[in-house]
Structure formats: structure tokens, C-alpha cells
Design a protein around this ligand. Structure first.
Ligand SMILES: [Zn+2]
Length: 278
């Protein structure tokens, strides 16, 4: 049977920046890659009013994600059917349909069912802080971790299918050095770095020691860049990542970083370069 990787994220575009190269690399080497997306990103930005309205944004972003999956070679995409909760503190947080307000048991059961159906060896999601603290990123990390821990237990949610225990759970995490390097490079080019000043790099990023796997995706940077550009409503000309010269951004996108959450690797273990290697 083909090895299978299941990536579970919150919004269309979460897959492209942090793990797009990894998804493309594994699909290219014959791994079955399944992407699940909790929402259609209904509360996201609209970079250009010609592209969408608040009413159509979910459908537009679904189409953007389908195009990004095609660019990455990801053939299987599932939506979990929740609504985007919006950034912390916005009125969308209170919508009862949003992921942040989901019933924890129902949200966990859904992911247990997904894991049991897809039968992955490896599961990927956000780290518990959700990258930059978006409520849906935090929720998807929490429910994916809970589901990883329960999917192999036949007593847990027996109605959600026969038990299946994936081997490893990885969190996508951006190492502190990446942020600092990006900020320094922007400063050196005389670009505005105020977004970094509002962002608590110490608290929001992983230390380089916490990163346990680094995947070289230099051969997938074109696919990753193409996927990012499919998310037109989110990745407009003002996007932070488009202010750097494209060549520099491509260099920075050539590696993707992970912290293995289950099982915890022993202290001092060498960093892995392959999420599927035992
Ligand atoms: Zn997101």
C-alpha cells in the first residue's frame, strides 16, 4: 500500500506557505497526500474587490484552494465544513458555525473518523500556538492532536470507524531564526518591518532546537510559488511575503520546518529530513 500523509489545516492558503513544498515533494515521490481544510476562509482578506465579495469569498477561496492543490499535485482535498472564525477579537469569533466555537467532542470525532478512513502514516498540522495565534489554527492543532491520540483506540468513538494509529504527528513551525532573518533582510532593503514589531517573535516562534525535521523543498519552490499565487484574494501585492524581492523569497522558501509531536523524539536526536522515514 502507498504510504499516506494527511495534512489538516484551517484555511485555504495555510497549506501553501508552510508545507506546500513538502506536500508537492511527497506527491511527486508517489506518496498519497490528502489535505483537509476546516473552513473555506470566509473571513479572510479580499486583496482586490474585483475578485470576491464577503458573500462569495468562501466559494472563491475554495476554488483558489483547488487550483493550489493542482499546482502542488495534491489529488485529494476534504473540507470539514466549518466557518472561518476570523482573527482573534473580531465579531466572526462569535458565529456559532465557526471552528473556534465547534463542540470539541464533535470536532475531535470528525478528525478521528477522517484519520481512520484515510489511514495515514504521518499527520501534519499547526503547532499549538497556531503559527501566529489565529483561533482556527489553534483549534485545528488541538483537535488534530486529540484525534491522533484517540484514533488508534477502539474504545474511542467506535462509531467513527475501525481504529487506525498513525505513526507520527508533526507540527509545522517557523523557527525563530527564519523570522529574524526575514526581518533583517527587509530592513537591509529599507522595507517596512513594523509588522514584525507587533509580532512577538520570542513567544510566537519555535526555537531552532525545537525543530526536529527540516525538509529541503528547493526543487519544489516553483510549485509552491505557483500554489501561493493561486490564493489571489489573500496574496495580493501588499502581502508581507511579496514585499521581498521574489528571488530572496524563493531562497527563504526552500526549506520547511517541523517539530515532531508524537512520539517525542529523544533529546539531542539528529534532525530528520524525511517525515516518512522511521
Ligand atoms: Zn489560516
Amino acid at each position: 500500500m502507498k504510504p499516506t500523509l494527511l495534512a489538516i489545516f484551517a484555511h485555504p492558503d495555510d497549506e501553501s506557505f508552510g508545507v506546500g513544498g513538502t506536500l508537492a515533494k511527497y506527491t511527486a515521490n508517489g506518496t498519497r497526500v490528502v489535505l483537509a481544510c476546516a473552513t473555506r476562509g470566509e473571513a479572510g482578506e479580499i486583496s482586490d474587490p474585483a475578485l470576491a465579495t464577503p458573500e462569495t469569498l468562501g466559494a472563491v477561496r475554495e476554488a483558489e484552494l483547488r487550483a493550489a492543490c493542482a499546482a502542488l499535485g495534491v489529488a485529494e482535498l476534504r473540507f470539514l465544513g466549518y466557518r472561518d472564525s476570523g482573527m482573534a477579537g473580531t465579531p466572526e469569533n462569535d458565529d456559532p458555525r465557526c471552528y473556534h466555537r465547534a463542540d470539541p467532542e464533535a470536532a475531535t470525532r470528525q478528525l478521528v473518523g477522517l484519520i481512520r478512513e484515510v489511514k495515514p502514516q504521518v499527520v501534519l498540522t499547526f503547532e499549538p500556538g497556531g503559527g501566529y495565534g489565529h483561533p482556527d489554527h489553534i483549534a485545528v492543532s488541538r483537535y488534530t492532536t486529540a484525534a491522533f491520540d484517540l484514533a488508534g483506540n477502539p474504545q474511542a468513538f467506535p462509531e467513527a470507524g475501525p481504529a487506525w494509529q498513525p505513526q507520527r504527528l508533526f507540527y509545522t513551525a517557523i523557527p525563530r531564526s527564519f523570522f529574524l532573518q526575514m526581518r533583517d533582510r527587509m530592513r537591509a532593503l529599507g522595507l517596512d518591518t513594523s509588522e514584525f514589531d507587533h509580532f512577538d517573535v520570542e513567544r510566537r516562534s519555535f526555537s531552532d532546537d525545537q525543530i526536529t525535521a527540516i525538509v529541503d523543498v528547493s526543487a519544489q519552490v516553483d510549485a509552491k510559488w505557483a500554489a501561493l499565487r493561486c490564493h489571489r484574494t489573500q496574496f495580493g501585492p501588499d502581502n508581507l511575503f511579496r514585499r521581498l524581492p521574489e528571488e530572496l523569497m524563493r531562497q527563504m522558501m526552500a526549506h520547511e520546518y517541523f517539530a515532531q509531536a508524537r512520539p517525542t523524539p529523544p533529546d539531542g536526536a539528529p534532525k530528520s529530513d524525511d517525515l516518512l522515514a522511521a
